[in-house]
Design a protein around this ligand. Structure first.
Ligand SMILES: N[C@@H](CCC(=O)N[C@@H](CS)C(=O)NCC(=O)O)C(=O)O
Length: 162
């Protein structure tokens, strides 16, 4: 460490291959990935301990596919529950909410297309829910609350416009 506790350049440039810490936070990466290196740099600057898991991108691990089911790319940070909650809340905000909103303003054939798009997104979300009562398991959480608000507005706008 340098005088002010800033890690040295050498420490910052350590790659997945040399990290030996078995900590709670896992980083799925690939040594040459600039996106993964960014995450490593940030974790090291913040002094957050993590375990690095090297991925073979031509033969992705079941964990990578499970943790990043839509893009299946590295990097993935597995403080898993929290990261997934953020991912799915964002999916609701950026995919479902705008499409539901759009459904209120289109007419004729376009309405069918937009509703089909909403269905497609909801199916993806249902697959993630996988029969559970809540996204996080047995109790209500961040993603459920994000989803409930969309359902509320959908119902409200349907009532107002119909
Ligand atoms: N913007 C994305 C980019 C991720 C990305 O492109 N990762 C590449 C490695 S550098 C990857 O996993 N490629 C595998 C693939 O596309 O199947 C991020 O920052 O997460």
């Amino acid at each position: 460490m340098q005088k002010n506790n800033t890690p040295s350049t050498l420490q910052l440039t350590e790659t997945c291959r040399t990290s030996t810490m078995a900590e709670e936070l896992k980083l799925y990466g690939m040594w040459a990935s600039p996106f993964g290196q960014r995450i490593e740099l940030a974790l090291k600057l913040k002094g957050v301990p993590y375990e690095c898991i090297e991925e073979d991108l031509s033969n992705k691990s079941p964990s990578l596919v499970k943790y990043n089911p839509v893009h299946m790319k590295v990097p993935v940070l597995d403080s898993y529950q929290r990261a997934m909650a953020r991912f799915w809340a964002r999916f609701i905000d950026e995919k479902i909410l705008p499409t539901v909103w759009k459904a209120n303003f289109c007419e004729g054939e376009e309405t069918e297309l937009v509703i089909e798009e909403v269905r497609k997104h909801i199916k993806i979300l249902e697959k993630e829910l996988n029969g559970k009562d809540f996204f996080g398991g047995s109790s209500i959480g961040f993603v459920d609350i994000a989803g409930i608000v969309v359902a509320f507005w959908f119902q409200l706008t349907q009532d107002v416009w119909s």
